[in-house]
Ligand binder design. Structure first.
Ligand code: 8YV
Length: 316
């Protein structure tokens, strides 16, 4: 019989939710029609919480879970978790790094190809029957072009390796130069943008990086430049991005993430130089299954008194 009570605050795929329900007493908070009632009835018993990578977990919710011991995030990003609050209360936080790195990096490369070589537009061109009347416009070669990566963590490195294999020139920025890499470090984001044909956002979300890519950075990227974001929508000032695209300040955008998902600014929908994906970075069967397994392994390890396979770095 399941003994520990778990609050589930995001939709979970069956390959995670089924084993979770087999091992724990799950309370579905995100589907509950009366959330205060659920919390009043079950909150005191809850010892674990499972959420998605993009789920925001307010401290007001956690205040109603006095026995909470662990948050297990189904995702690598835990920008929605109040980490300092968790540290103070001794709540452990697990996430799912590594298993999704390659898939997310593939999506970044896809967005570089789709924007740089115009593949999304070319697909629309064929479907509209326009090819019958003449060939597609020429685009710009990707080999030799400069890719600037914001955030050279695991995913940023995997993107850099892929783009370098395509002959692109790599530079990056972040809080500090990364040991063991030969790619050029640029301390300042605006300088990196000014010197990039593609500016690729791959850093964590959260308060520290909110609107890091602002109007000034987009102006520095300029009319030669394309922005690609596979990280978090919050990192780019989306209103400034829309203005930069409308005014021709930047050339194009390839976006897998948005500030207010699943809502996408209407203005972007009709732009031919913008490629929009519905947050599919980790969206393969294999990777989501591996993420689910790790999310569950973190919970199981906690309740078995073992170290978490993937505790977040801040709490190590
Ligand atoms: C997932 C993500 O779509 O890992 C992350 O941080 O944003 C994505 O891989 C999300 O976590 C699913 O809940």
């Amino acid at each position: 019989m399941p003994t520990q009570d778990i609050l589930v605050t995001a939709p979970l795929p069956p390959f995670l939710y089924e084993p979770l329900k087999a091992g724990y007493r799950c309370h579905d908070h995100h589907l509950a029609s009366h959330k205060p009632g659920l919390l009043a009835a079950e909150g005191a018993r809850v010892r674990g919480l499972v959420q998605g990578g993009g789920t925001v977990t307010p401290t007001e919710l956690l205040d109603q879970l006095p026995g909470l011991e662990i948050i297990s995030v189904f995702g690598v990003g835990y920008d929605g978790v109040p980490v300092e609050y968790c540290r103070q209360r001794g709540i452990r936080v697990g996430h799912t790094p590594d298993v999704l790195t390659d898939d997310v990096a593939d999506v970044a490369v896809g967005l570089v190809l789709m924007t740089g070589r115009g593949f999304a537009k070319a697909d629309r061109f064929v479907r509209a029957g326009a090819w019958e009347r003449g060939g597609f416009e020429l685009t710009t070669r990707l080999g030799g072009r400069k890719a600037g990566i914001l955030g050279l963590g695991r995913i940023g490195k995997a993107i850099a390796e892929r783009l370098a294999a395509m002959g692109m020139r790599i530079a990056y920025t972040g809080r500090r130069p990364q040991p063991g890499v030969t790619w050029r470090y640029v301390a300042d984001l605006e300088s990196l943008a000014a010197d990039s044909d593609f500016l690729i956002v791959a850093c964590p979300g959260g308060a520290a990086t909110r609107h890091l890519v602002n109007a000034g950075v987009l102006a520095a990227l300029g009319a030669k430049g394309t922005i690609v974001n596979i990280a978090r929508g919050s990192i780019i000032d989306e209103a400034a991005l829309v203005r930069a695209l409308e005014s021709g300040t930047i050339k194009a955008a390839g976006l897998d993430v948005f500030e207010n998902e699943p809502h996408v600014p209407r203005a972007l929908l009709s732009m031919d130089n913008v490629v929009l994906l519905p947050h599919v970075g980790s969206g393969t069967h294999e990777t989501r299954k591996a993420m689910g397994d790790l999310c569950l392994a973190n919970l199981d390890a906690h309740f078995a008194g073992r170290p978490l396979p993937a505790l977040i770095p801040e709490l190590r």
